[in-house]
Design a protein around this ligand. Structure first.
Ligand SMILES: Nc1nc2c(c(=O)[nH]1)N[C@H]1C(S)=C(S)[C@@H](COP(=O)(O)OP(=O)(O)OC[C@H]3O[C@@H](n4cnc5c(=O)[nH]c(N)nc54)[C@H](O)[C@@H]3O)O[C@H]1N2
Ligand SMILES: Nc1nc2c(c(=O)[nH]1)N[C@H]1C(S)=C(S)[C@@H](COP(=O)(O)OP(=O)(O)OC[C@H]3O[C@@H](n4cnc5c(=O)[nH]c(N)nc54)[C@H](O)[C@@H]3O)O[C@H]1N2
Ligand code: SF4
Ligand SMILES: [Mo]
Length: 884
């Protein structure tokens, strides 16, 4: 088979991928050198794409109330169920909950079906949890949700401000591009604004570790600073922007001077002044913001405060000068374009855009047009809880894990009479609560388009046969619609036809100033669609090659063409007014995992960076609490609890902890971060404040810790095992365990595995126990128990699972857990080349004293580069240890 160009399904960078099918899988994928987003680069998640394929763990057939069934029956069950609820309770009793991981064609069809044909306004998406604050801030400023800049601007900037973003881990290819551009042109500066010292601080000249939730104050202070130094672009403001006076008044009231800002944000005044003076002095500034600003109960104001500073200096839509909201999901943008948010209609038209409702209704020939905005994600699930929404169709998202107050979300789904879930994996926390389960095609099996963070539309292409009976999402929705009597609106032969319809609707016939217009793509033939090259919207018949930047002429999408500065009055976020809960909780992402791990959690090499849920805390706090690095601990508050392993780090401010969002109940006992966050939302955007909560940290009481390696990936640990995490390894599954006193280990081990161990070693005095089970001559399982979490590296044991026979000597070593002559490489730091921490330390001891020297000896850091910050940290740690 020949090589096919497609797009990575993870983050919003939207990298081009080249893949070659081989049998029922892919050869290792490569970055596409011809794609404008990545020019050949891939990060470790993209590079591991071919390792997450295959039918294992996939959802292969539809299920209705637990029974596998045919598509015919499942589609009828959905259509009849929805029709019954619509007919008895009205269309508003139905909700659709969509996702920025659907392709644009899927998304368009779902939105049309919900808002135009079912007649429910309650169509929202997980982008509500992700980008809705940035969307709202853009609309307030520019009159439209439109990202003015492009990736080239990030390379052209002379000052990069990363605000509430950790691109080194979450947008790695873009981060590498920026870093490289900065390295080749000295004199440029980068600032990171984040309460934590993250991997992105690797390229920062200044890190502002501000008090969480105080970003708007910091940006307001900057506006005041710029005004006081006569650094506002008065001429540009006079011609292109309104609202300066009111915005400045609010800024002065809340952030009168740098001393006040420093006190409110808990920063050094000198650092605040440093940031302000760099911003003042650098016309080519890009402010790159993400969830640290968006996921806040004042997320929209955070965005506005940042955009205000760009408008006040005329730094919008110019090369190297722009406010840049980076998107998270691969098609968060596509969703915004089709109108997937409950307050949008379609094609950047809103319910209140004059004439829009009639236009969309006519275009769709919609029989039951929704007429006003519907519930936003959190409200949608509250309506389910109240019984107002009786049927909910969830596609390509896992709300039981990702929505705040996750247990409440689960209870709402439990009582909802009809929960339909379309997913491509077989087992998620949300699927477990579904009445009807529909198998969707996944990446590599479906055709369509996605739009990345710089408005670039790229094709995802089918490379492999669909797994089992899975079908593309657009097909599933269309089939249901047709069964409900809407043949005419949903007669699509394929995604190309859907794309053309979407493009036609977007074509601007009206005299508005909206930038979103892909009318130039409305006449693509199927062949053109199949061979479509990446292109940035707008794409009009006059500009078929798209446009890099928007608003370059200073004309915006508002009625009068002027941008708006918005007054921002920061609200002091008090999470615990009574001050009883000692710790503030922050949450976010790790480098090698994607969200709820349904795909990345299957690639053993992506679990070597972090294999368990964790809690990062400042060493001082742990000392006070008499807890230690490496111990298990539980965070607890009113909405739930979370158990993870403590990591002591001074990257964390005192009084604050950080937890990853990735682990679900499918993988571990109780480590769902969203259980710790109340469902408090931003009043404008409806985005939940998933970055700030509070809770207490207590030790997780356990008498032993264990590792169990088995052939199978299912194992019911019962009785005294209080905590477990499932970690796929290359040849086996490893269970990390911890639990209560066990009096008879032989008995317990036999119980867990269903048969007596074939070999055992017990040292009760040391709290140590080992057991091994053999299958004929090969190994079936090994159990290692220690009093603390002190285990050898398990790669050697894992490698034995492929050996057909084991000799006596090996069997003896199995009980020791490690072959005497196999060195332990430690936790994997470089996932690309599988280089562990101990190997790196050894190389440093042997004289490799820089990142490039380590790269020369071990290759670590020489591929995607996302481990470079960690390599530096290890180098620094070693240097500190050896310096006198
Ligand atoms: N590896 C990986 N990459 C991903 C994803 C993934 O799951 N894994 N998901 C993708 C998606 S959908 C998204 S939305 C993006 C998200 O990308 P990011 O926004 O970069 O990711 P997060 O880690 O959620 O949060 C960023 C930072 O916000 C900081 N923060 C918390 N509170 C505050 C605050 O009050 N002020 C400021 N200034 N900062 C604060 C956190 O400490 C954290 O370091 O990543 C995308 N890329
Ligand atoms: N506390 C806290 N909570 C957060 C965040 C945070 O930082 N902190 N971040 C929030 C953000 S920004 C986001 S984006 C969300 C992400 O949260 P989710 O969207 O819930 O997470 P995913 O694991 O990406 O869920 C996608 C699901 O779709 C399935 N899937 C993949 N491809 C397809 C497909 O083509 N079709 C169908 N039908 N299914 C498919 C996957 O198997 C998976 O089950 O989490 C949010 N929640
Ligand atoms: S940077 Fe994002 S889009 Fe690019 S390969 Fe990595 S996960 Fe995929
Ligand atoms: Mo996101």
């Amino acid at each position: 088979m020949s090589e096919i160009q497609t797009t990575c399904p993870y983050c919003g960078v939207g990298c081009g991928v080249r893949a070659t099918p081989s049998g029922d899988t892919l050869n290792p994928v490569q970055g596409d050198a011809a794609h404008p987003a990545n020019a050949g680069r891939l990060c470790v998640k993209g590079a591991a794409l071919h390792e997450t394929l295959g039918t294992a763990g996939r959802l292969l057939r539809p299920r209705v109330r637990g029974q596998e069934t045919s598509w015919e029956e499942a589609l009828s069950a959905v259509a009849d169920g929805l029709a019954a609820i619509r007919d008895h309770q009205g269309p508003n009793a139905i909700g659709l909950y969509l996702s920025g991981q659907l392709l644009t064609e899927d998304y368009y069809v779902a939105n049309k079906f919900g808002k135009g044909f079912l007649g429910t306004p309650h169509v929202d998406t997980n982008s509500r949890l992700c980008m809705s604050s940035a969307v709202a801030a853009y609309k307030r400023a520019f009159g439209e949700d439109a990202v003015p800049g492009c990736y080239d601007d990030l390379e052209e900037a002379e000052l990069m401000v990363f605000a509430g973003a950790n691109p080194a881990w979450n947008h790695p290819v873009l981060y590498q591009r920026i870093k490289q551009a900065f390295a080749t042109q000295p004199g440029r500066r980068a600032v990171v604004i984040d309460p934590r010292r993250t991997a992105s601080c690797d390229m920062a000249d200044l890190h502002l570790a501000l008090r969480p939730g105080t970003d708007a104050t910091l940006w307001n202070g900057l506006l005041v600073w710029l005004a006081d130094r006569q650094m506002l672009d008065k001429a540009w403001l006079a011609e292109h922007c309104s609202g300066l006076e009111a915005a400045l008044d609010s800024a002065r009231a809340s952030a009168p001077d740098t001393a006040s800002v420093a006190a409110q944000c808990d920063l050094d005044e000198a650092d605040v002044r440093c940031f302000y003076s760099w911003f003042e002095a650098t016309p080519k500034t890009v402010s790159f913001w993400s969830q640290g600003l968006n996921q806040s109960t004042s997320g929209t104001d955070n965005g506005s405060a940042l955009i205000n500073c760009h408008l006040a200096t005329g730094r919008v839509g110019k090369p190297g000068a722009t406010p840049f909201s980076i998107t998270g999901q691969p098609n968060a943008m596509g969703g915004r374009e089709v109108g997937g948010l409950a307050n949008q209609l379609a094609a950047h038209l809103d319910y209140d855009t004059p004439g829009a409702l009639a236009e969309v209704e006519g275009f769709w020939q919609a029989p039951a047009m929704a007429t006003e905005p519907g519930y936003k994600a959190v409200e949608l699930f509250e309506a389910v809880e109240r019984g107002e929404i009786q049927a909910l169709w969830i596609m390509a998202t896992n709300p039981a894990v990702s929505l705040p107050d996750a247990d409440r979300v689960r209870r709402a789904l439990e009582i909802c009479p009809l929960v339909i879930v379309s997913d491509c994996v077989d087992d998620t926390d949300t699927l477990a609560l579904a009445d009807i389960v529909l198998p969707a095609c996944g990446w590599s099996e479906k055709d369509g388009t996605v739009t990345n963070s710089e408005r670039c539309i790229s094709r995802q292409r089918a490379l492999l046969e669909a797994a089992g009976e899975s079908r593309p999402d657009w097909w599933i929705i269309s089939q249901v619609a047709r069964r409900m009597g809407f043949e005419n609106g949903f007669n699509y032969p394929g995604p190309a036809e859907i794309f053309r319809e979407h493009a036609r609707l977007s074509a601007r016939h009206r005299q508005d100033r909206l930038q979103f217009d892909i009318g130039g793509l409305a006449r693509l033939s199927d062949h053109d669609y199949n061979t479509m090259e990446p292109v940035q919207w707008p794409v009009t018949p006059e500009h078929l090659h798209g446009r890099r930047r928007l608003f370059t002429d200073g004309r915006f999408a508002t009625a009068d063409g002027r941008a708006r500065m918005v007054p921002v009055t920061p609200v002091q976020t008090v999470t615990d007014p009574e001050g009883r809960a000692p710790l503030q909780i922050n949450s976010g992402r790790i480098r090698d995992q994607w969200h709820t791990m349904t795909r990345t959690g299957r690639a053993p090499r992506l679990l070597q960076h972090y294999s368990e849920p964790f809690i990062e805390a400042n060493p001082e706090d742990l000392r006070h609490l008499e807890m230690k690095d490496g111990e298990l601990a539980t965070l607890q508050n009113n909405t739930g609890h979370y158990t993870g392993r403590l990591i002591a780090t001074d990257a964390q401010r005192q009084g604050e902890v950080f937890v990853p969002i990735h682990w679900s109940d499918r993988i571990t006992t109780s480590s769902v971060a969203s259980r710790l966050f109340p469902a408090a939302t931003d009043p404008v955007s409806g985005q939940p404040g998933s970055k700030l909560s509070d809770g207490r940290l207590t030790p997780f009481q356990c008498h032993w810790q264990g590792r169990l390696l088995t052939h199978t990936d299912s194992f019911q640990c019962s009785g005294e095992a209080l905590f477990h995490v499932r970690v796929p390894m290359s040849n086996s599954t490893c269970w990390h365990l911890a639990g209560d006193q066990v009096t008879d280990w032989s008995c317990r081990a036999a119980d867990w595995l269903g048969r007596t161990p074939d070999a055992e070693m017990h040292d009760p005095g040391a709290g140590r126990y080992r057991a091994a089970w053999y299958d004929r001559d090969g190994i079936a399982a090994v159990l290692l128990i220690e009093p603390t979490n002190d285990f050898p590296g398990l790669d050697w044991l894992d490698s034995l699972f492929t050996a057909p026979t084991l000799n006596e000597e090996t069997r003896r070593q199995v009980l020791a857990g490690r072959a005497a002559d196999v060195p332990d490489t430690g936790a994997i730091v470089c996932s690309c080349f599988q280089v562990g921490e101990y190997s790196i330390e050894t190389a440093i001891n042997d004289g490799a004293n820089s990142v490039s020297a380590l790269g020369n000896t071990l290759k670590c850091g020489t591929n995607c580069g996302s481990c470079v910050p960690e390599l530096k940290a290890i180098l620094e740690k070693k240097a500190a240890l050896t310096s006198p």
